[in-house]
Design a protein around this ligand. Structure first.
Ligand SMILES: Nc1ncnc2c1ncn2[C@@H]1O[C@H](COP(=O)(O)OP(=O)(O)OP(=O)(O)O)[C@@H](O)[C@H]1O
Length: 328
C-alpha cells in the first residue's frame, strides 16, 4: 500500500539520554494520525529520523518499504513541516519555493498552485523575512505540498497560530487525508488532537504508550454522562435517585447523570411530568481523558518511588502506561 510509514524498534540515544525508545508502529494512508506526547517525549526526534536527518541508534523506519535515503525524489513521497523558520528569509515566498522545486525535479507550475492552496498568492513576491508566524507556517506547508506527496508530516503545526490559522490547518489536514494521503501530525495538545486526528499514537519518555483509534481511546479513557437542565432540579434529582441513577448537581439547574441513556432519562422525566430545558449526552474530551490518566500517575508513582511525578511529562507518561496495562 502506498503511503505507509513503518517504524520497527526505532531507538535514539544521545549519550545516556534515551530520546526514542524501541518505537514500533505503522502510520496508514487516508486518515490523520496524531502523534501525541508531552514536551520532550521524543516526537521531533522520531520525525527527524523518518526524514533521515538523524540516524537511529537502533531499529528502523521505512516509507513504503524504503529508507528515506533510498527514495528517488523524496519530496514526491513525503512532504514535511518540521521548523517553519528553517528557510532563507531573504528570498521571496515564490523564489523560496521555486528553488525547492528546481532542486527536486518538480515542475515550476506547482509553485503557483501551492501558493494558491495556502493562500499566499498575494504576498508571493514579498520576502519571507517579513512574514508573520502564521504566514511562515503557510509557506512551510506550501513547501511540504510542493511535490504532491502521498505522505504529509507536520511537527506541531498549530503552535503560535491564531484561531483562523488553526482552523485552516485542521481543515487542510482533514482534506489531505480525505484525498487518501497519509497525514502524520505531532502535538502536545490533547484537545487539538481530539479535533483533528482519526488515529492516535501516544508516546511518553520515548516509549509507545498507546496506538489506537481516537474513538476507542476516548471511549476507553473517558467518562460518558448525560447533562440535564431543569427548572425543577430538586424533584428531578429525587426521581433519578429513586430510579437508582446517580446525579451530581452543577448549579444553574444542571445535573450530570451516570449510568443511564438520554432516552431513558427523558422518558423517566416525562413519566413524572418534569420539565427539561436540556438533555444531552456528553463524552469527556481527550484532554479530560488525559487529565484522568495524569491523576492516575500519582498513584502509580506512589507504588514505585513513593513520590509524586518529578515533571508533568514523567507523570503523564507513567499514567498512560498504567492505563495501557489495563488494555488501552
Ligand atoms: N541533539 C540532541 N542532543 C541531546 N539530547 C537531545 C537532542 N535532541 C533531543 N534531545 C533530547 O531528547 C528528548 C526528546 O526530544 P524531542 O525534541 O524529540 O521531544 P519532543 O517530543 O519533540 O518535544 P517538544 O514537544 O518539546 O518538541 C528530550 O529530552 C531532548 O532534550
Amino acid at each position: 500500500m502506498a503511503g505507509m510509514i513503518e517504524l520497527t524498534g526505532l531507538t535514539k540515544r544521545y549519550g545516556e539520554k534515551v530520546a526514542v525508545d524501541r518505537l514500533t508502529f505503522t502510520v496508514r494512508p487516508g486518515i490523520v494520525t496524531g502523534f501525541l506526547g508531552p514536551n520532550g517525549a521524543g516526537k521531533s526526534t522520531t520525525m527527524r529520523m523518518l526524514l533521515g536527518l538523524d540516524n537511529p541508534t537502533a531499529g528502523d523506519v521505512r516509507i513504503d518499504g524504503k529508507r528515506y535515503a533510498e527514495l528517488k525524489d523524496p519530496l514526491k513521497y513525503i512532504g514535511a513541516l518540521l521548523d517553519a523558520k528553517a528557510m532563507h528569509g531573504g528570498r521571496s515566498a515564490y523564489h523560496h519555493l521555486l528553488c525547492l522545486a528546481q532542486s527536486n525535479g518538480i515542475p515550476r507550475r506547482r509553485v503557483s498552485e501551492v501558493l494558491e492552496t495556502v493562500g499566499l498568492t498575494a504576498v508571493a513576491k514579498k520576502r519571507a523575512k517579513g512574514f508573520s508566524l502564521g504566514m511562515g507556517q503557510r509557506l512551510g506547508i506550501a513547501g511540504a505540498l510542493l511535490g504532491d506527496p502521498e505522505i504529509l508530516m507536520f511537527d506541531e503545526p498549530v503552535n503560535g497560530l491564531d484561531p483562523e490559522g488553526i482552523h485552516w490547518i485542521r481543515n487542510l489536514m482533514k482534506s489531505l487525508a480525505g484525498q487518501g494521503r497519509t497525514v502524520f501530525v505531532s502535538s502536545h495538545l490533547m484537545s487539538e488532537m481530539a479535533l483533528t486526528a482519526d488515529h492516535l499514537v501516544v508516546i511518553g519518555q520515548g516509549r509507545l504508550l498507546a496506538d489506537t483509534s481516537m474513538a476507542d481511546f476516548i471511549r476507553e479513557n473517558s467518562r460518558s454522562y448525560v447533562r440535564l437542565r431543569s427548572p425543577q432540579q430538586e424533584r428531578l434529582r429525587d426521581v433519578l435517585h429513586e430510579a437508582g441513577i446517580t446525579a451530581v448537581g452543577r448549579g444553574d439547574g444542571v445535573l450530570e447523570a451516570d449510568g443511564a441513556t438520554s432516552e431513558q432519562l427523558g422518558e423517566l422525566a416525562a413519566r413524572h411530568q418534569l420539565v427539561l430545558h436540556e438533555l444531552s449526552p456528553q463524552q469527556a474530551s481527550l484532554e479530560e481523558a488525559f487529565m484522568q490518566l495524569t491523576a492516575g500517575s500519582v498513584e502509580y508513582h506512589a507504588h514505585t518511588d513513593g513520590g509524586v511525578p518529578q515533571t508533568p511529562g514523567a507523570g503523564w507518561g507513567a499514567g498512560v502506561q498504567q492505563q495501557k496495562k489495563k488494555g488501552v
